[in-house]
Design a protein around this ligand. Structure first.
Ligand code: NAG
Ligand code: NAG
Ligand code: NAG
Ligand code: NAG
Ligand code: NAG
Ligand code: NAG
Ligand code: NAG
Ligand code: NAG
Ligand code: NAG
Ligand code: NAG
Ligand code: NAG
Ligand code: NAG
Length: 321
């Protein structure tokens, strides 16, 4: 009986809480209210979300140092890869210490990913191939990863932003690409690719440049391109072996030409010199959005920490009465 009561309380409490909306909602933070049913955490932020297939092109130039030429199998070729992806362009928050007018987050996904059923943040998903964020958008690490500068004299959308990725140490995260094995007896064609964004022994003397990011967006489309250099490390045939030694370095281009995902996007103001959104997702005032016209829009998402905490306390109370 007590078990039933506590279970009931757990089911009811969030509903009671939701009648008042999201009590923790703070309109001066760039987060959406948490009372939106079925909205996965990858849509946590106020802003616009765009979908596209990201295309990556890699052209080898040198081997593991300037003094090593590209192996024969890779010479004179450009390799491509494509990933399902989305680009979030979101409101800046108090954690942004720099002057970036917005935060950008590009995520690349495996084909099996179902973005509407993911729980948790994008980087906690095993279906995520790679992400590139302009700032750490949740944590309190208050340092932007790269600067984005808006073109001068902007009066409204489309907004045009550019930035260089310098010494951001993005080499710690990478994405896979199929090249060709340099040595077929030790390596497979799959390589782990990382952006070159700082000086290190393997790029000494090589004429590489920092990755340059260009973003254009308005209420309908968003384009994101990155031009720079990357290093590829072949995976060994024996999965337990160390990464192959035939490192290859060359030019990389990442291109995303996206279309607005209105269902998950707030309304971009079309007459503002800085990107600004009218909040609509979660407020039932945009018929294109998730949850519009749903009387029970207020029921909580599964991961509602406030409700979880209240639930545990109430369950404990019932257990001891
Ligand atoms: C969800 O929470 C927000 C913020 O508290 C509130 O304005 C909105 O009305 C809530 N939605 C519903 C349907 O309760
Ligand atoms: C809302 O967020 C702002 C900015 O971080 C903060 O200054 C303010 O205290 C918050 N308000 C509440 C009620 O927590
Ligand atoms: C490349 O070779 C030149 C000439 O032998 C040498 O000075 C330089 O240090 C070498 N660079 C690297 C990165 O090995
Ligand atoms: C993705 O997940 C949602 C929610 O669980 C489900 O309704 C939908 O059918 C799934 N889509 C695919 C293609 O599996
Ligand atoms: C970003 O801009 C700030 C202020 O101009 C500067 O101090 C910082 O070094 C820049 N960061 C990068 C990664 O370029
Ligand atoms: C391939 O790797 C094997 C094992 O390290 C080595 O014996 C062989 O010489 C390599 N072949 C070439 C073409 O580099
Ligand atoms: C290095 O690359 C830049 C930009 O592509 C080019 O302008 C310059 O001439 C190159 N320098 C050398 C020494 O190749
Ligand atoms: C993005 O690129 C497409 C294709 O070139 C173009 O039609 C669209 O206007 C661009 N979007 C923006 C916001 O510049
Ligand atoms: C964009 O992708 C998301 C996640 O897969 C999906 O829910 C949404 O319907 C897509 N929207 C468009 C316009 O393709
Ligand atoms: C700007 O938005 C307003 C209100 O949504 C709309 O009436 C107007 O047509 C829009 N203008 C342009 C140029 O898109
Ligand atoms: C929708 O409602 C929210 C909360 O009241 C408000 O901030 C926002 O401006 C409204 N959006 C539109 C398009 O009216
Ligand atoms: C409204 O939300 C409830 C609760 O999650 C859901 O079961 C129902 O399908 C939604 N209805 C519409 C029309 O979206």
């Amino acid at each position: 009986m007590r078990r039933i009561l506590s279970t009931l309380a757990c089911c009811l409490l969030p509903l009671i809480a939701s009648a008042e909306g999201d009590a923790k909602y703070n309109a001066s933070l760039p987060f959406r209210p948490s009372n939106i049913t079925g909205l996965s955490d990858i849509y946590l932020w106020v802003g616009s979300y765009y979908n596209a297939t990201t295309k990556i092109e890699f052209t080898p130039e040198i081997g593991s140092t300037i003094n090593e030429s590209v192996c024969e199998n890779l010479q004179g070729q450009t390799f491509t890869a494509e990933y399902e992806s989305f680009l979030a362009i979101t409101e800046r928050g108090p954690y942004n210490l720099g002057s970036n007018p917005v935060n950008t987050l590009l995520t690349l996904w495996h084909s099996d990913a179902n973005l509407t059923s993911l729980s948790g943040l994008p980087w906690s998903s095993s279906s995520l191939e790679w992400y590139l964020e302009s700032a750490p958008t949740v944590s309190s690490i208050n340092k932007d990863i790269f600067n984005l500068t808006m073109s001068p004299d902007t009066k409204g959308p489309p907004y045009k932003l550019t930035g260089a990725i310098k010494d951001a140490d993005l080499m710690v995260t990478g994405f896979d690409m199929d090249l060709k094995p340099c040595n077929t007896s030790t390596e497979i064609s799959r390589n782990q690719m990382t952006l070159v964004d700082r000086d290190w022994s393997n790029n000494a003397g090589w004429n590489w440049t920092y990755p340059m990011v260009d973003v254009q967006f308005d209420s309908r489309t968003a384009n994101f391109t990155l031009n720079g250099y990357a290093a590829g490390f072949p995976y060994p045939i024996n999965p337990r072996g160390s990464m192959g030694r035939d490192e290859v370095q060359g030019k990389i281009k990442v291109s995303f030409f996206g279309v607005i995902d209105s269902y998950h996007s707030d309304t971009l103001v079309n007459s503002s010199s800085t990107p600004t959104w009218l909040r609509t997702v979660g407020f039932g005032n945009n018929s294109a959005n998730i949850g519009y016209g749903n009387g029970s829009l207020g029921s909580p998402r599964p991961l509602h920490w406030g409700a979880v905490a209240v639930c545990s306390v109430v369950s404990l109370a019932f257990m001891y009465f």
